[in-house]
Design a protein around this ligand. Structure first.
Ligand code: 7TS
Length: 419
């Protein structure tokens, strides 16, 4: 039964004008199967505010040209817009320098870049790379490919039943063969927020560099890469209310200087001869070819949008939604939440009796509710919990408490039909 107490009413909880925020997201205002859409698949990708949609349109209507090469005015406009976006990203994560911000397709490409380039620089046969049980496949496969190629080994930090990593086991995995620790900040599948600051400190005590996969952290909390002191931090723009096809590799400048290029082509060179070529300054050394200029500009607009709301309000509101939804979901008979870490992002994975998650997802969709059902690209983690799939709801600051109530009604309907 619903045990929600009085002070959790929507008006008390927001301090965020959710209705006016929702008006900024045109996609949310539509019917699916005759019901108002409830979009609870924000960990997969977030919806875009008007300001992002409009700036992409403006870019193609008024500015479009290639960057860093033309002598004409439009090329200057495009270059300025692209480089302004880089400054917005730098400021957003408090990087020390623009040279540390590389525009790429997304988290996946950023991790592959590090595996390839840092791998070539620092990792050899019999070396070890540490990841965790909580990783998305994007932070598993690039390391497996590297290990297969060079004969290095992958070590995995185990996870407790509550979804938290075993930090003692983590410490004991680090030794003088450990060359890199690649760790997710937040689990996309079960929402655990890892104590990355503490884990980075531990790694640094043994002189080991750390890559943090921030894909699921940047939309929910303020990130300061200098405070974290990680060597690499990666994220995708589309999970941050920005466009698809644009993402960020942050890396310490000293490392980027040492690392060989990932891809070759235009933009990344200084002088080319058939005998030998030299490479461009940072960050361009890692941006071969024409970049996703409009995507970068859109990401800049998304950052402006989020910054105007402010993380203090975003984080507080989303945590209230998470608490509310957790309590209400636990009141559904037969429902089990997978992952109950003390520190969680607004992501909840669950199973309901032995009803298949895909059936749950399909029935909810008929009620206009978009959730994710499956292994969430975290198959080893699912296996750890003895499951092949879960249902996942993941919130953004445009979601509401009444949407959670409709989810609960939908799940009760699922139980009536299939339970
Ligand atoms: N790392 C994490 C933690 C992720 O959640 C994802 C995408 C990625 C990396 C890859 O990001 P991409 O933008 O390069 O694809 N996660 C999800 C998800 O949970 N559902 O769909 C995509």
């Amino acid at each position: 039964m619903n045990t929600i107490v009085a002070d959790t009413s929507e008006s008390n909880q927001t301090q965020l004008d959710v209705e006016s925020i929702r008006a900024d997201f045109p996609l949310l205002d539509q019917k699916i199967h005759g019901h108002s859409l409830i979009y609870f698949d924000n960990a997969a990708t977030t919806q875009k505010p008007n300001s992002v949609i409009q700036i992409e349109k403006d870019f193609y209507e008024k500015i479009n040209a290639n960057v860093h090469r033309g002598v004409h005015t439009l090329s200057d406009y495009a270059t300025n817009a692209y480089e302004n976006a880089r400054e917005k990203v730098r400021d957003f994560i408090n990087a020390n320098s623009l040279r540390e911000i590389v525009f790429l397709k997304g988290s996946t490409e950023a991790i592959n870049l590090v595996a390839s380039s840092f791998g070539q620089l620092r990792i050899s046969k019999d070396d070890e790379i540490i990841i965790s049980y909580l990783e998305h496949h994007a932070n598993i496969i690039p390391w497996q490919l590297l290990c297969d190629r060079i004969g290095a080994r992958l070590k995995v930090i185990p996870v407790f039943d509550n979804g938290e990593l075993d930090l003692q086991a983590y410490e004991s995995l680090i030794n003088n063969r450990t060359k890199l620790i690649a760790l997710t900040h937040v689990s996309n599948a079960i929402g655990t927020v890892n104590p990355v600051k503490e884990m980075i400190n531990t790694a640094h005590c043994s002189g080991v560099p750390v890559l943090i996969d921030g894909s699921q952290a940047v939309p929910h909390e303020k990130i300061d890469v200098q405070e974290l002191d990680c060597e690499f931090y990666v994220f995708s723009g589309h999970k941050l209310y920005g466009p698809t096809g644009i993402g960020i590799l942050y890396a310490k400048e000293s490392l980027l200087n040492e690392m060989p290029p990932y891809q070759g082509g235009g933009e990344m060179i200084r002088v080319v001869t058939f005998a030998q070529s030299t490479y461009n300054d940072l960050p361009y050394k890692f941006e071969a070819g024409t970049p996703n200029i409009a995507g970068a500009v859109g990401l800049g607009a998304a950052i402006d949008y989020i910054t105007a709301i402010g993380f203090s309000r975003i984080t507080r509101y989303e945590q209230q939604l998470l608490d509310y939804a957790t309590k209400k979901l636990l009141s559904v008979e037969g429902l089990k939440i997978i992952g109950q870490a003390k520190n969680k992002a607004p992501v909840i994975s669950f199973v309901l009796e032995d009803i298949h998650p895909h059936d749950i997802g399909t029935i909810l969709d008929h009620h206009g509710i978009a959730v994710r059902a499956g292994h969430h690209c975290a198959m080893p983690l699912m296996e750890r919990f003895g499951l092949s799939a879960t249902v996942r709801v993941s919130f953004a600051f445009y979601n509401t408490f009444s949407e959670v109530d409709r989810l609960i009604e939908g799940l009760n309907e699922v139980r009536r039909m299939l339970g």
